[in-house]
Write a protein that binds this ligand. Sequence first.
Ligand code: FES
Length: 125
Amino acid sequence: MPKIIIDGQKVECRPGVSVLQAALEAGWNIPHYCYHPGLPVVASCRLCLMEMKMPHPRTQEPVWAPKLFPACHTPAKDGLEVRFDSPKVRDSQKHVLGPDVLPVILPRDLVSDFDDLGHPMTRLG
Ligand code: FES
C-alpha cells in the first residue's frame, strides 16, 4: 500500500489511485469539478490543484515545485508529499471559483443564489 504525505499527515492509500482520490478517501475535503471516479480523467477544471515536492534538479533534495499540479491526474506514489492547505493553493482555488470564471460555469441567476448560500470564496477564506 503506497504511503503519501498530505498536508503533513501520512496517508495510506489504495494502489493505483490518484492523489485526489486518496485525499478524498482519507477525509480531506478537496474542491473538484471535472473528476469522477467512473470516468476518464480530463483534469480541465483546475479546482483540485495542489503543491507537490519534487527533487531539486541540482541537489536532488525534495523541494516544493514552483507550479501547481492537478491532484486528480497525479498518481499517489509511495513517498509523495503534497499539500492543499497553503496560500498558493487557496489563491488558485479563489481564482478558479472567482468572479471571472464562476459566471461561465453557472447561469447568472444561480451565481447570485450561490452567493446567498455561502460563496465558495467565502468558505476558502
Ligand atoms: S478535478 Fe478538475 S482538474 Fe482535477
